[in-house]
Design a protein around this ligand. Structure first.
Ligand code: FES
Length: 353
């Protein structure tokens, strides 16, 4: 459910990115507590069209019950032709109202002792910044190694915040920077981080088998290359967590396979109310629900954010793509409604589970 929140600060980070802080009224403080790594879905009518986007929270999570209210801030980078990010960079001002959904997402790090690591590219630093700051403040026995990849120093988001963490935790925070388009005096030689480079680099930086959790965030190419490198180094899939930003590979959804039923009926439960609808040709199950229920949850419609996650109660579906659910979630029966198409004449989804 969206809540209108007032913008209390807009801070320019780089030429093409801003950090936007929201004021959370006291009665919503509990709803807006986040676990480091989570994101917010934002909604706004721009040019007469409703636009939704998800952006990761960059600020540390609050402590336990009764602790001070956390600051709710997201990082937004301009995407070419992106309606929301263009509006956020050019027009969004302090005092404006934006509709915001409470934090969600399963790309998260619940603080605990241990050695953790992240490989991030560009704005992928945003959720990881919250993870590092929260973890190192709360767990004296935790360490973090961050490998970040950016084009140039000038285009690097949260440069000062990461430098502050380095100063505050010199022994427990290890920072390695790779710039793809600029040489630097310290850090890695310039160039892209590909699978081969990462396979050589990561074991030289830290004891790979001892890392309790790997957090990969950024463009699809970097995240896939790192995952392949880690799998090649023997890291178990369950220790690798990924979040992809802005996937637009231009690929059209796959046509329905011959085994797909000609007609299908969807039953869905949402906010305690159930309904039944015929699924129209080629539409996703999310679109089927949205035709009658405007409160169906979604943000990206691209298989990336996980906002449309639903439990498959009965029947079978196929998903066009899935960059949001972890393997344990799909194995447990969860699907992305925005990517799902029926493979049986009857399908039942539960959005409330
Ligand atoms: S709406 Fe984002 S994954 Fe479905």
């Amino acid at each position: 459910m969206f809540h209108p929140l007032r913008v209390s600060e807009v801070e320019r980070l780089t030429d093409d990115s801003v950090a936007v802080t929201f004021e959370v009224p006291p009665e919503l403080t509990g709803d807006f507590r986040h676990t480091p790594g989570q994101h917010l879905a934002l909604r706004r009518v721009i040019g007469g069209e409703e636009i939704r986007r998800t952006y990761s929270i960059c600020t540390p999570a609050a402590g336990g019950e009764g602790s001070a209210a956390p600051v709710l801030r997201v990082g937004i980078r301009l995407v070419d032709g992106g309606a929301f990010s263009t509006w956020a960079l050019k027009e969004l001002a302090v005092g404006e109202l934006v509709e915001v959904m409470p934090p969600m997402g399963r790309f998260r790090l619940v603080p605990r002792p241990g050695h953790f690591a992240a490989v991030v590219g560009g704005s992928g630093i945003t959720p990881v910044l919250s993870m590092i700051a929260t973890l190192l403040a709360r767990e004296q026995e935790a360490r973090f190694c961050l490998v970040r990849s950016d084009r140039t120093v000038a285009s690097t988001m949260f440069l000062d915040e990461v430098a502050d963490l380095k100063d505050r935790y010199p022994d427990r925070f290890h920072l390695v920077t790779a710039l793809s388009r600029e040489e630097q005096s310290a850090g890695l030689p310039s160039g892209r981080l590909d699978r081969e480079r990462l396979t050589a680099l990561l074991p030289a930086l830290l004891p790979v088998p001892e890392v309790a959790g790997w957090f990969l965030c950024g463009p699809l190419g970097l995240v896939s290359a790192t995952e392949q490198a880690l799998r090649g180094l023997g890291v178990d899939r369950s220790r690798i967590h990924q979040e992809i930003f802005h996937v637009d590979d231009g690929s059209a959804p796959a046509p329905a396979p011959p085994s797909a039923p000609d007609r299908a009926v969807l039953t869905a439960t949402l906010h305690g109310r159930s309904g039944q609808w015929a699924v129209q040709e080629r539409e996703s199950l999310l679109e089927t629900v949205l035709r009658s229920r405007a409160d169906a949850p979604y943000a990206c419609k691209g298989g990336v954010c996980g906002t449309c996650r639903a439990f498959l109660v009965s029947g079978e579906v196929r998903m066009d793509r899935n960059f949001a659910l972890e393997p344990e979630e799909t194995e447990a029966g969860y699907v992305l409604a925005c990517q799902s198409h029926p493979m049986t004449p009857e399908v039942e989804l539960d959005f409330d589970r």
